[in-house]
Design a protein around this ligand. Sequence first.
Ligand SMILES: O=C(O)C(=O)C[C@]1(C(=O)O)C=C[C@@H](O)C=C1
Length: 362
Amino acid sequence: MNEKEALANIRQKIDDIDLKIQQLLNDRAAMAQEVARIKMDSGEQADFYRPEREAMVLRTVMERNQGPLASAEVARLFREIMSACLAAEKPLQVAYLGPEGSFTQAAAQKQFGGSVELHPMTTIADVFHAVETSHACYGVVPVENSTEGMVSHTLDRFISSPLKINGEVTLRIHHYLLSKEKNLEDISKVYAHPQAIAQCRQWLMEQLPQAELVPLNSNSEAAKRVAAEPQNSAAIAANRAADIYGLSILARNIEDEVDNTTRFLVIGTQNVGPSGVDKTALLVATKNKPGALQTLLKPLADNSISMTRIESRPSRKGIWEYVFFIDIEGHIHEPAVASALSLLENESSMFRILGSYPKAVL
Ligand SMILES: O=C(O)C(=O)C[C@]1(C(=O)O)C=C[C@@H](O)C=C1
């Protein structure tokens, strides 16, 4: 067989496989529509999006993968298949902290795939508002960065919002210096979100010690500003922003930490079921007496429940001076978690479960 015949032969096999994949994808979508019918018949509010089920499917896909495709690649494909199947059940609107090109948009795409309608919002409060008023089914907001710590706007908004946490997304963050200029020496001003400036501080000090650092609401706004200015300015932003705003990349990966990760939350109105590997977020206030926090946390240790984070914030309500955001491992439906939380509730002056949700898979 010559090369031409060998290629034609294999391509015929690929065509046959594609035909089967396509038939199977449509069979799968028809099953998802069947699931949707059952959900609608169950009355109440039908939750079409099931983050716990999606997490289980993705984990299974990765565990059983034998290659040659990498597990992360196969999971990404299944992420898109489920996104398309969900859209065949019901198109979803997801609000995110914009503008277009923001890291939060990338996080929303990572979590929901390409078949949802994404709506950029100007502020974190606007994202909450869009979901609270049912203009969006879900929202995506940043909550913590591995170098800069908590995003306090997001935590504070939970104090007054009835919304729950329905999922988490983690994203490796790389910062780029974007400009119309071709040389670093020509940069006298750098625009960026304050967190991005903080994450690149060392690099900026070494490479652009003379440049004025100008904080803006978002890195995308910074890129937009640079695109509108005639010369000498640069923006710290994601590489996507270079295409969106027609800028060139002056420097790559300028973040000081090699493992710069941002964690985002999916906010919604749903009570998410257990996926097997879950987290639970709590909002509590302690009684005003000595050792109160220690007493409050004791049931967690007694039940061998890991606390992955605790943050205190001023309550702004006057009744409690401080509230605590506590993340633990496990789901409220797990008996050990349920019994620890009921003891913890007895010890607190305010107690709210912000949500149990699957740990990020991708
Ligand atoms: O299992 C479900 O509940 C479905 O709706 C099906 C499906 C899927 O495609 O596998 C689609 C959307 C949900 O978010 C979870 C899973």
